[in-house]
Structures are given as C-alpha cells and as structure tokens.
Design a protein around this ligand. Structure first.
Ligand SMILES: Cc1cc2nc3c(=O)[nH]c(=O)nc-3n(C[C@H](O)[C@H](O)[C@H](O)COP(=O)(O)OP(=O)(O)OC[C@H]3O[C@@H](n4cnc5c(N)ncnc54)[C@H](O)[C@@H]3O)c2cc1C
Length: 352
C-alpha cells in the first residue's frame, strides 16, 4: 500500500501528530505497542503556564497555551470524545510572604497570565489552606488515556494502525521513499518517547528517561479545580478517584513501582488534605527528557526519509500540540522548524 507517512509511536507525540496530518488529508500507517506505553498512559495530563518552585511563566507560554486550547477543542470535535478539562488549578499559600508576592504578580498586567487570589480558606476543597491560595484559571488537565484511545479509533477506522513493534532493520530506503513490508511511504516519523533508545537512526540523541510515579487514591473531593501543592490530585476514571503525583527520579531505571515513591506521595497528601484518603493503586513511567529541556523535531542529518518528534519531557500535554503543528506545517512546506527545538542542534553528534 502507499501511505504518506509511517508514524512509530502513539503516545502524546505520535497521537497529536497523527491528528495534525489527518486534518491535512494525509494517509497514515501508525505502529504502536500500547501495553508498552509507560509515559503518556501514566501521565496525569496537567498543563499550567506558570510552574516551578518560584512560579515563573513557562517557556513559550504565550504561544503554546492559546494553541493548546484550540487544538484539544478541535480534536474533541474531530474525535467525538470529551477529554479536555480547562478547570483551573488551585495552589494553597504556605507563607504570608508568598501571599504578598502573588498580590504583586496579579497586579502586574504585563505578565499576561491571569491569576486570582483568595486570602480565605476554600472550605469546599477540603485542603489545608489557612492563608487562602492562588487560582490559575488558564491551567487544567487533559484525560490523556481517553485522547489516545480516541486517536486509536480514528487510526483504525480511517488509516492503518498496527499494534506491534516496528522493526528498524526491515526498512529499505530508496530515492525519496521508505519501504516497509507492503508499505511505501514518503517518510517515517519516529515518536517513540524513551523507546527511541532502541532506534539506530536516533542513537546519538541524548534522550534520557526521568522516572515518575503516581498513586491512585480514593477521596471525597470535588473534581474542580485541581489542587496542586507538593502533590496534585487529578480526576481518574470514576467519581471519587484521583491520580496523585508525581515523583521525579532520574537515577531509578527499574521498570517497577517503589515504596519510597509511595511514602513520599502519601506524606505530601497527608500535608495537603484535611480528609482521609485510601491508596488503591500505583503506576510508574519514564518521561523522555533532553538535557536542554527542549523538544526535538526535525530530520535525520543524512536520511531525508527519517524524521523525529520526541523530547517532550515533563510537559507533553502542553508541548505536543504546538510542536506537532510546526512539524506538519514544515512537511507541507509552509513553515520552517522552530530554531530551539530543531533536531539540527544535535547534528554534530552524528559526525563521529
Ligand atoms: C508519572 C508521570 C506523570 C506525568 N504527568 C504529566 C502531566 O501531568 N502533564 C504533562 O504534560 N506531562 C506529564 N508527563 C510527561 C508526559 O507523559 C510525556 O511528556 C509524554 O508522555 C511523552 O510522550 P511521547 O509520545 O513522546 O512518549 P510515550 O508516551 O512514551 O509514547 C511512545 C510510544 O511509542 C511506542 N513505541 C516505542 N518504540 C516502538 C517501536 N519500535 N514500535 C512500535 N511502537 C513503539 C511506545 O509503545 C509508546 O506507546 C508525565 C509523565 C509521567 C511518567
């Protein structure tokens, strides 16, 4: 069969790209191993334009967040599924100094990201917030598992979805095309997350796994807004259940949950919640991170048929929509690749 593109991987990177290319009328074949997905399938799905201990606007916030809203809304329409929840995030204050700093931030119109301060406890949220807190109305969450399932249905219906490992050694590259089994495609777009470490074309790329763990907890909490202070609680599958996370451990490469992570997350939960909770599950995953913390989009230095979309790190939900758009537009010859995310920054690593 003839296809425009083969996509390897249907995590956030591959799925957002598939939506973009489907919208442009392209014919796709997607390879994925859903049971092996231990990043997007585990992600809580939060997006937030102001993050970090000192609460700064994130990289490219002014571009990424307006685009993200448009993308997930249009994807909901295309896929006939609801997974986008722009419900805001509530962050309790810990010190009076912090409360003052935020009063100053919210008075500065140049910052461009609206915040709402409350100085009284929000009793309906059942959290410890004696000094009140901060509501970030431009933040929210995406039900990533539901989004991925919906993309999977689209691919099965209108393209070709193959749920088995893609074998790099079975590819034959010829002038302007790639052959794989019965498929002839213009390009192969590699979106394997940390699985890229098994991809011989991407071997020089510094994609490093950053392990994260989450707990599944049952608690009598409202579903909105999301509470986030030391730990977040994001609705999970059925009413009364939440994903609580996450840990960040670059040293642990074991594909399993740990007692240490459970204890750390439980400690944070006890500090923030005023009500009892029950832990009923624990999950782990590896985020695909890059030392310069920028995504990787672009073309292999020598093989024009091979492209990459990876390096989404801790922020796949907010990075994947915009950067999949730039890659799709570049493929259509309409836009150049964004400088800071371009794979060509790693070309010197291919010279050895
Ligand atoms: C605990 C945890 C919590 C997180 N929470 C958030 C959050 O709240 N917000 C946020 O923005 N981000 C979050 N993240 C990060 C986010 O999950 C990642 O940025 C994102 O999942 C990366 O997506 P990806 O598509 O690049 O990789 P992946 O999701 O790993 O997808 C890659 C896919 O490729 C497939 N694959 C690999 N090799 C092959 C092959 N040879 N053949 C066929 N298929 C292959 C895999 O099976 C997999 O399905 C979290 C991550 C973790 C671990």
């Amino acid at each position: 069969m003839k296809a425009d593109y083969i996509i390897v991987g249907n995590g956030l990177a591959g799925a957002c790209l598939a939506v973009q290319l489907h919208t442009l009328g392209k014919k796709l074949v997607v390879y994925d191993i859903p049971s092996d997905n231990k990043s997007s399938a585990v992600a809580a799905g939060l997006y937030n334009p102001i993050t970090g201990k000192v609460m700064k606007k994130t990289w490219q916030a002014a571009v990424l967040f307006p685009y993200l809203h448009r993308f997930y809304r249009e994807a909901e329409h295309l896929l006939q599924r609801s997974f986008f929840h722009p419900v805001g995030i509530y962050r309790p204050f810990i010190t009076a100094g912090e409360q003052n700093d935020w009063a100053a931030w919210s008075a500065n119109p140049d910052d461009g990201v609206p915040v709402e301060l409350t100085v009284a406890p929000q009793s309906r949220l059942a959290v410890n917030d004696p000094l009140g807190g901060l509501l970030l109305p431009t933040a929210g969450w995406v039900d990533v598992a539901s989004f991925l399932n919906a993309v999977r249905s689209l691919l099965s219906r209108e393209h070709r979805l193959v749920e088995e490992p893609f074998r790099y050694d079975a590819v034959r590259l010829a002038a302007g095309v790639a052959h794989y089994g019965d498929i002839v495609a213009e390009k192969i777009i590699c979106c394997e997350g940390v699985g890229a470490r098994n991809n011989p074309w991407l071997a020089p790329l510094p994609i490093q796994p950053l392990k994260g763990e989450v707990l599944i907890v049952e608690a009598a909490l409202p579903e909105a807004p999301i509470v986030n202070r030391g730990v977040y609680l994001v609705p999970h599958r059925q009413p009364g259940f939440f994903k609580a996370g996450a840990t960040y451990n670059p040293h642990d490469q074991q594909p399993t949950v740990t007692n240490q992570a459970r204890q750390d997350l439980e400690r944070h939960l006890k500090a923030i919640l005023r009500i009892p909770f029950r832990v009923c599950g624990q999950e782990w995953g590896f985020r695909p991170t890059v030392p310069d913390r920028r995504p990787i989009v672009g073309q292999h230095p020598r093989l024009e048929q091979i492209l990459v979309f990876n390096g989404l790190g801790t922020k796949g939900v907010s990075l994947a929509p915009y950067f999949s758009h730039t890659l799709a537009q570049w493929l259509a010859g309409k836009q150049s690749l964004p400088h800071e995310a371009n794979m060509n920054r790693f070309y010197p690593l291919y010279s050895n």
